[in-house]
Design a protein around this ligand. Structure first.
Ligand code: NDP
Length: 454
């Protein structure tokens, strides 16, 4: 089997050059599922891994727009329609200058397994652009989003492909894109999730990824008879996922010591309480300011700039029980992982997608901590997107409590699927293998049912 894995990865790298994040994501899955492929030759005979790692469709397009000074600008837009075996393509849109084909392919690939884990009928996709919303006026963001949707509208639909938000895409951007689609198509349909409550959005969708990640951490802790009550937590990022992770940790009696943005992080020895969290939400969602302002406002906090070229991130070098990486991919390297362990962290639940490099993952697994990889731990966001789609189809809205209960139930079920897959394939306690195997088998079996076009 190791020859097959090496050969397979050789092909992936040759066929998808200069896409290291995509290679990293595929490598993790093939290593996890190799035990399944060994036991089930039908998957190898039907070339499931070869097909599942090839996008069904990649759309790449020019996004021209005009800035406030009247200058012409151009960005590149993408939509990766990765796999539609178990449902229409579903996955977020990312607006960040680092966006490129390889990053979106890694995210779309991860999304296939994540969506499969949610128990809902959703295939996997991802999209976005290298447009940087930071420092842009609302009008510039609106003109960009309109231009982006003038191409994207051809490829999406309520039963085809339903994008959502991701880094740099929140309620504002979804609103501009939704209205552009409606204007072009003269159609009021749920072609995006993460919509505003007045126009087809679901209660709890903004909260879902963060809440779900904390529910997943609570499930992992329950396997050791523990809860989040009194636990100290390190959170990175200060966007959507970080904010609602912080809120749910507070709800469950924990204490959050840190949040960050791409410039640096704050450490608040007294913990981030609800008043301070409201300040962060206003700072990031309304005023669109930088996190160092937190330390100017609250004397209990210290701000430290983060040097991205340093060999480790000081945020991960504080005494704590739990860590919730909630910013971006590869934000925890092997040294950071070791620092976390030596500072007493024994629960890591990933709100971000693939925030830990493979060597860092090895450190967590070797130390047998409770490590919940993003594709399981952060699946609550897309799960509630799936619930938003159901509500749109029914022309009906569930209450906050109903959606939260469903989200909680889905996170418990994802946790259970990971545990059961781990037990079945003899890797108990390894949530990486558990999540990859459980997510893979459902999609692979469907692809077998569908034949060559599956
Ligand atoms: P936001 O744009 O709301 O927030 C992102 C946060 O991460 C910001 O604080 C941002 O800082 C920071 N950040 C972004 N890029 C970098 C970088 N290269 N280096 C350091 N910090 C960075 O995004 P979300 O909260 O929605 O997404 C965060 C993570 O969660 C991503 O990995 C995303 O894929 C994942 N995720 C999101 C879901 C969702 O529902 N939103 C669902 C599942 C996963 P700054 O403002 O300075 O850029």
């Amino acid at each position: 089997m190791s020859d097959y894995v090496a050969d397979f990865m050789g092909h992936i790298k040759a066929k998808n050059p200069s896409e290291p994040e995509f290679h990293q994501a595929v490598q993790e899955v093939i290593e996890s599922v190799s035990v399944v492929l060994e036991k089930h030759p039908e998957y190898r005979n039907a070339k499931i891994m070869e097909r599942i790692s090839e996008p069904e469709r990649v759309i790449m397009f020019r996004v021209p727009w005009v800035d406030d000074q009247g200058n012409y600008q151009v960005n590149r837009g993408f939509r990766i329609e990765m796999n539609s075996a178990i449902g229409p393509y579903k996955g977020g849109l990312r607006l960040h200058p680092s966006v490129n084909l390889g990053i979106l392919k890694f995210l779309a690939f991860e999304q296939v397994f994540k969506n499969s884990l949610t128990t809902l009928p959703m295939g996997g996709g991802k999209g976005g652009s290298d447009f940087d919303p930071k420092g842009k006026s609302d009008n510039e963001v609106m003109r960009f989003c309109q231009s982006f949707m003038m191409e994207l509208y051809r490829h999406i639909g309520p039963n085809t492909d339903i994008p959502a938000g991701d880094i740099g895409v929140g309620g504002r951007e979804i609103g501009y894109m939704f209205a552009t689609y409606k204007k072009i198509k003269i159609e009021y349909t749920g072609i995006l999730t993460g919509k505003g409550l007045n126009w087809g959005g679901s209660l709890i969708r903004p909260e879902a990824t963060g809440y779900g990640t904390v529910y997943f951490a609570a499930e992992m802790l329950a396997t050791r008879g523990e809860t989040l009550e009194g636990k100290t937590c390190l959170v990175s990022g200060s966007g959507n996922v970080a904010q609602y992770t912080t809120e749910k940790v507070l709800d469950l009696g924990g204490k959050v010591l840190t949040v960050s943005d791409s410039g640096g992080y704050i450490f608040d020895a007294d913990g981030i309480d609800r008043e301070k969290l409201a300040f962060i939400m206003d700072l990031k969602n309304v005023r669109r300011g930088r996190i160092n302002e937190y330390a100017e406002k609250f004397s209990s906090a210290k701000y430290t700039a983060i040097d991205p070229s340093a060999d480790c991130n000081p945020l991960w070098n504080h005494k704590a029980d739990c860590a919730f990486p909630s910013a971006t991919q590869n934000e925890i390297n092997a040294k950071d992982a070791k620092n976390l362990i030596s500072n007493g962290v024994y629960v890591v639940a990933e709100g971000a997608n693939m925030p830990t490099v493979p060597d860092g993952v090895d450190v967590f697994l070797q130390n047998k901590i409770l490590y919940g990889p993003g594709k399981a731990a952060n699946a609550g966001g897309v799960a509630v997107s799936g619930l938003e789609m159901s509500q749109n189809s029914m022309r009906y809205s569930w209450s906050r409590e109903e959606v939260d209960n469903k989200l909680h139930g889905i996170m418990k079920s994802i946790h259970q699927s990971c545990v059961e897959a781990g037990e079945k394939y003899n890797c108990q306690g390894n949530y990486v293998n558990g999540a990859n195997i459980a997510g893979f088998v459902k999609v692979a079996d469907t692809m077998l049912d569908h034949g060559i076009f599956g």
